[in-house]
Design a protein around this ligand. Sequence first.
Ligand code: TMP
Length: 204
Amino acid sequence: MLSGFVTFEGIDGSGKTTVSRLVKERLRSQGHSVFLTSEPTRGWLGETVRRGIEKGVSPLTETFLFLADRAAHIQEIRSHLEAGEIVLCDRYADSTYAYQGAHLVGVLRDPIRFLQRASEGWILPPDLTILLRVSPEVGFERIKDRPHKIPFEDVAFLRRVAANYDHLAKARRFFVLDAARPAEIVSDEAVATIERRLGSRSPS
Ligand code: TMP
């Protein structure tokens, strides 16, 4: 039985939510215990993040709201990992590096470095991060008719976020999938990658 911490990342419209649900179903049908979660969380801290963003708080305030939500979420993730489950998380720390890394340009020098350092020592590192890569134009086309929950969604901004993801994806824990294809195909590849990467980890 596999266990480990897998995160799904990508710009808005990359299909993370659909793909992570399909991956959960497939892994469960193969007999694995799977806990699917997401950020911002559904709890009161996640609601506070959403409210803060709707109210237009500053990029730095927004950053600390996302970090506070994550700090609490990690306790829940850890308890599922300790129970031997695979934890799938639809957005996690790389979303902060990519999105707040774009929002904090002009506020701080080297925002991504700042955000990574602010996460050091308490963040739970994923075993695998699957980046669902689509062009900002495709991402925007997919989301343009959605009711706007969070106003981070214009093409120019998505371009900056996408560039940040491409930079982050050089780390070894990343696996990049072409997410312009149908969700079923992307999910199959994600499942194969999870089995390969989690299956080949040396026991800790
Ligand atoms: P969602 O659409 O995947 O629920 O995510 C909501 C928005 O929140 C999305 O535009 C990305 C943004 N976000 C950040 O800016 N920083 C973060 O750390 C997270 C988790 C999400």
